[in-house]
Every structure is written in C-alpha cells, then in structure tokens.
Design a protein around this ligand. Structure first.
Ligand code: PLP
Length: 394
C-alpha cells in the first residue's frame, strides 16, 4: 500500500479540489479508532461528520452488507426487494411516520421534502404562488442548487446563480419575525432542531411550539431536517422527541446507513400520498446493500438500552468537554456537541489534535464533536486528554 503522502498526492492529482482537506489518509479502523496509511491510530470524535454511527467496520454491519452484496446489490425502482421493504417498514414504525422516499444523501432527502411540500400545496390550493418555504437564518440544508437556496446563510448564495426562488429566511428563536414572515405565499416551514453546520445551536422549545402552532393555523407543512440530529445522535432516535412534536415531513441521512449513502424523506398523514408515479425518483434509492447496513443500524437503535447508553455517554462527554481549559461553554444535545473556546481558534485545535491522534470537527468558531454512538468511555477519556494537553498549552 502507498504511504499517506503518496495517496494524498495521487488523490489531489485526480479529484477536483472542492474541499479544504486535512493531510490524513484513513485506510482502516475499528469502533471509534481509525488507522491511517502509515499505521498511526486516531480516536475519532467526528465519525465522518456524524455518519459512521456504529463506528468503523462494525462487524454485524459489515457482515450484513457483505451478505447482501453476495445476494443482489441493485435492482432498479421498477422492482421490489425484501431488504428494502424490511428497512422501510422498520424505520417508519420506529419513527411513527407513514411512508418514506428513498434517496442517497441529505440534500436529496431535503429536495424530496421541498417537492412534497410544494406539490401538496399546489394539489390542495391550485395556487402557483403558494410555494414559499420559510427556513432559518444560519441553517444548512445541502449543496444542490435548491438546498443551497433553502440554506439560510448568505455566503452559500454565491457563484451558482440563479438560485431556486421561493425561500424566506427567519432568525432562529425569533417568534415575532416568524409570525411576520407568514403570508399567503407560504406553504411550509423547514428547520433543524439543532443547527449543526451553523454552530451546534438548538432551537428553543417556545420557538418550536410556535412553528407548529402557526403551521396548524395556516395549514403549512412542517419539515424537520434531521439529517444530522437524527438516528440516535441526540440520545433519542429523532431530535423531535426532545421537543414533543411530530413534523409532517422528516429527513434523515448521515448516520442512517452506518456509513453507506442513504437519505430518506419520511412523511406523515396526507403527505405520504403526495408523490405519484412519475413525479419523483432516484436510481440508487432503496439500494439493498445500503438498506442491509441501515437495518443493522436500526436493529441496534431499537434496543432501548443502546439509546440509554448513548445518552449516558453523551452526558459524560459533555461534562468532560465543559471541564477542559479554555472551554467557555458547550452547546448541543446528546453526542452532537459544540464547544466555544476562549482565546484559541477551533481550527488550530483541530490541526493540533490531528497531529496527536484525535479527529475532531469545527462548526463556525466552535470545536464540534459527533463521535460514533458506540464510542467507549476509555476512548472519550483518551480524546479529552489530548484536547486538555492542547488547550493547556494554547
Ligand atoms: C442538517 C443537514 N442537512 C443536510 C445536509 C446535507 O447532507 P448531504 O451532504 O448528505 O447531502 C447536511 C450535511 O451536513 C446537514 O447537516
């Protein structure tokens, strides 16, 4: 095998440079520990941005994936498959939703949500102007042209003009602004319960209540983007459970496949029958290999003890993070945490941590942690010791 430098050089020569990458070539791993091409170990507080929910190469997950790959890998959406059927049945039951659409990414799940909300509005009101979707300032919903439009951050609305019209941005937790934004062009409100890329900022309960009250009053679709907050990340299957609400449409991706590409758009009630044959599709959607991996994730999460353990570890993680030098405050819920630092840049801490064998993330000015749900207490301690050393000497 090539060493890290050779891999990095080879990759950069052939792959478009759309990311600011770190000098790390990960080649294997187990649980919350990754190994690079030179054999160096890393404790992973990032899990591929919240995606390797069961850690690296979980053995039950890898067995299910490889077993399915030996049976059938892809069938097209003209046909049916038992693994995809089981996955959809289990996920809709666990999330108390009615039906889902299968895609491959968070952005694709959100595109589907936007299409369902707009079509439902048009079907019901026959009004081509009742199409506006309110999203929140500082949100992040994806990288396609439409989900960039939905994203309430101006710096994403650049270069790729023209952007999809029909989005209106309201400051999170600002109830008067939300009320003010509603007019007869609005058909939906879309939000993250915790703004992830925006800096790990949870919504306030009162604001969430207002979203749902206004949606009911004006017959608007509620769309929760749980691409990052879902699938056990917050110690519950869905972050919505912390807020006691049931959105009409819920999108999931990231951790759902345990590291394989999947994005689903879950729907409740009338929203489940909006899309009819020919109105939406995705070649790889419902891929049996991905669904086999996803079923392993769902089986693990359907054990209440597993989620309780996630919540307990999250509590420990949060307290450990808050106790570190230079940590001013910790935000987030469960294993989705952001630390505001005093007098040191999160990006510098990330780089120093990498050198010492710890992978962390940043979100805006914060240090961000999204470890695998399976991380051990020992790994949490070992990662925190690295951060402590860096922050003490910063
Ligand atoms: C809340 C949220 N929505 C959507 C996305 C886009 O997901 P994907 O990169 O899988 O398209 C992300 C990715 O970070 C996200 O955090």
């Amino acid at each position: 095998m090539n060493n890290s430098n050779e891999i990095i050089e080879q990759y950069n020569a052939a792959v478009i440079g759309s990311y600011g990458r770190l000098n790390l070539a990960l080649e294997s791993g187990s649980g919350a520990a990754g190994v690079d091409a030179d054999g160096k170990q890393y404790i992973d507080f990032g899990s591929g941005i919240g995606t390797n929910s069961l850690g690296y190469a979980d053995s039950a997950w890898a067995d299910a994936v490889s077993k399915q790959a030996h049976k059938v890998q892809h069938i097209s959406n003209y046909y049916y498959n038992s693994t995809a059927a089981q996955f959809a049945t289990k996920l809709t039951a666990m999330t108390e939703t009615d039906k889902l659409f299968f895609g491959n990414s968070g952005a694709e799940a959100n595109e589907c949500a936007i299409k369902i909300a707009r079509k439902r509005s048009f079907d019901k009101y026959g009004d081509r102007n009742r199409t506006t979707i309110i999203t929140l300032v500082n949100s992040f919903h994806g990288r396609t042209v439409t989900t960039l439009s939905a994203t309430g951050q101006e710096h994403f609305h650049n270069y790729f003009f023209p952007f999809t019209p029909g989005f209106k941005y309201v400051e999170a937790n600002n109830i008067p602004a939300l009320r003010e934004a509603i007019d007869d062009t609005v058909c939906a409100i879309m939000f993250e319960f915790i703004q992830g890329e925006g800096g790990v900022i949870p919504l306030e309960q009162d604001f969430v209540n207002e979203i749902f009250a206004l949606a009911k009053q004006h017959d608007l679709a509620t769309i929760s983007d749980e691409v990052q907050t879902g699938v056990g990340r917050t110690g519950k299957l869905l972050a919505a459970e912390h807020f006691g609400v049931k959105p009409d449409i819920v999108t999931l991706a990231k951790g759902l496949g345990g590291g394989l590409p999947i994005g689903v758009c879950l729907t409740r009630g009338e929203y489940a029958s909006v899309l009819t044959p020919g109105t939406h599709g995705s070649t790889f959607g419902g891929n049996p290999v991905v669904c086999a991996g996803g079923l392993t994730v769902l089986n693990r999460l359907s054990d209440e003890a597993f989620l309780q353990e996630v919540a307990a570890k999250a509590d420990y993680f949060r307290r450990s993070l808050a106790a570190l030098p230079r940590v001013k405050s910790v935000s987030g819920i469960g294993l989705m945490l952001g630390a505001e630092l005093d007098g040191v840049a999160a990006a510098d801490v990330l780089q120093a941590a990498l050198e010492k064998g710890l992978l962390v993330l940043t979100a805006k000015t914060k240090l961000r942690c999204l470890p695998p749900l399976t991380i051990t207490y020992e790994q949490i301690d070992a990662g925190m010791a690295i951060l402590k050393e860096i922050l003490e000497n910063a």
